[in-house]
Design a protein around this ligand. Sequence first.
Ligand SMILES: NC(=O)c1ccc[n+]([C@@H]2O[C@H](COP(=O)([O-])OP(=O)(O)OC[C@H]3O[C@@H](n4cnc5c(N)ncnc54)[C@H](OP(=O)(O)O)[C@@H]3O)[C@@H](O)[C@H]2O)c1
Length: 345
Amino acid sequence: MTRTVRIALIGLGHVGRAFLELMTVKRRVLRRRYGLELVLVGVADSTGVAFGDGRIDHANVLRRKRRGLGAGEYPRLGHRGVPAVEMVRQVNADVVLDASPVDLRTGQPGLDCDRAALESGIPVVLANKAPVVLAYRELMDLAQAHQTALRFSATVCGALPVVNMGQRDWTACEIQRVEGVLNSTTNYILSAMEQGRSFPKALAEAQSEGVAEADPSLDIKGWDTASKLVIIANAVLGIPATLEDVDVLGIQHITPDDLAAARARGQTIKLVAVAHRADDEYRLSVHPAALPLDHPLASVMGWEMGIVWHTDIMGVQFAKVDERGPMPTAAAMLRDVVSLYEGVA
Ligand SMILES: NC(=O)c1ccc[n+]([C@@H]2O[C@H](COP(=O)([O-])OP(=O)(O)OC[C@H]3O[C@@H](n4cnc5c(N)ncnc54)[C@H](OP(=O)(O)O)[C@@H]3O)[C@@H](O)[C@H]2O)c1
C-alpha cells in the first residue's frame, strides 16, 4: 500500500529546489522502501504562492524556477504577492517544509508559517534555523498541544545527523562537552586561506557553491555556528539557551599570516563551537581556536563539518561529514519527512 504525502514547500532557493529534485530522483526508492509517494500541493517564494485543489507538477515548478519564474507566476494556481503564511493556512497539506531565508532577529517569514501549520495539526520540517533558535520551546509546545511534530535535523550541519544522534543515541549519558566545526562556509574559507587564497576569493568560492548564507556575515561573524549551538543546547542538552547566552567571535579578523603562524606551531585554526559543562551549567562559545593537529576537529577540512561529543559512559565520539552544495540539507529534510511516517505507511 502506498501512502500519499502532500507537501507544501516554503522557499524555492538552493535547498527548496534540491528538495524538488529529490522528489523525482528518489520517487521509486520512497515508494518501494517506505511506501510513500510525495506530491507537491503548495509552494511559496518571494514572488508569492501557488496552490490549488490538488497536486502541482513539482518538475514544472523546478523548470520554471530555473527560468526565473516564481511561485506567484505559476499558471492558474499562482497568487502574486500573497504571503507564504496564507498558503499554509489554506492549502490541504500533510507536511509543511520551511526552506525560507534565515532571519535571526524576527524568524520571519518562516516562524509564522511554522506556527500556523502546527496550530492546524500539520507537522513542520525545517532547514531554516531561525524559528528553532528563536522559539524552540514555543514551537515544541505547539506541536505537542496539537499532537503533531516538529523536525529540524537539517538545521544543524545538513545531513550529518547531529540532532538525531544527540536525542536518540546518548541514552543515560551526561554530555560533558560538545565541540564542533559546524559551519562549512567558514571552514572552507579557513582551509582555502591556509592554501594561500585571499579571504574575498575564498568567500566568493564558497558562495558559488550555494552553501554560504545569503548574508555571508552570518557565517563569517559566527552567528550561523552559534545558532546551531543554540539548537544543540535546547534539543540535545536540554537547556533553554538563546543566542545571547553564546560568547561569539567569528573569523573576520583571521588572516593568512595567522594561519601560517599556527601551522608553524603545529596547529590549525578552526571556528569551534563549544558547550562545556562545569558546576552543572553549560558555557557556550564560538571562537576561532588554534587546535593541535592531532585534535579530531583539526582533520575537518574544506567543506567538511564535524562534531565531538564527550560523554560520561559512551566515550568520546567524533562524527564528520563532507557535504557540498545544498543537496545534503534537502536530503536531511527528506529524512525528517520519512521519519514522520515510519511505521505508519
Ligand atoms: N544552502 C544550504 O546548504 C543550507 C544548509 C542548511 C540550512 N540552510 C537553510 O535553508 C534555508 C534556505 O536556504 P537556501 O540556501 O535555499 O536559501 P536561498 O537560496 O536564499 O533561497 C531562499 C528562498 O526563500 C524564498 N523567499 C524569500 N523571501 C520569502 C518570503 N517572504 N516568503 C517565502 N519565500 C521567500 C526565496 O525566493 P526567491 O526564489 O523568489 O528569491 C528563495 O526561493 C535558509 O534558512 C538556510 O539558512 C541552507
